[in-house]
Design a protein. Structure first.
Length: 72
C-alpha cells in the first residue's frame, strides 16, 4: 500500500511527499516533495496527492548513510 505524509508549515502552506521503506524497514520520504501554498490548497491537493502516491510500494531504498543530513 502506498502512503504519503502531509505537513502543515505555519504561514508557508503544506509539504507533501511519498514514503518508501529502506532495506532495514524504516519509512523515509522520497521525491517528489511538493509544497503547496495555503491559498492554493483546495485547487491542487488532488493532483499533488496522486503524484506523491505514484511510488512503487515494493521498492526498497538503501538506508541513509547520514541520518542528520537526510533529515534536512
Amino acid at each position: 500500500m502506498s502512503s504519503a505524509t502531509i505537513y502543515k508549515i505555519d504561514k508557508k502552506g503544506y509539504l507533501l511527499f511519498g514514503l518508501v521503506k529502506t532495506v532495514s524497514g524504516f519509512g523515509i520520504g522520497i521525491d517528489p516533495y511538493i509544497q503547496i501554498q495555503e491559498k492554493d490548497m483546495n485547487s491542487t491537493i488532488n493532483d499533488a496527492l496522486k503524484k506523491v502516491l505514484e511510488i512503487d510500494n515494493a521498492k526498497r531504498v538503501a538506508d541513509p548513510k547520514n541520518w542528520d543530513e537526510h533529515s534536512k
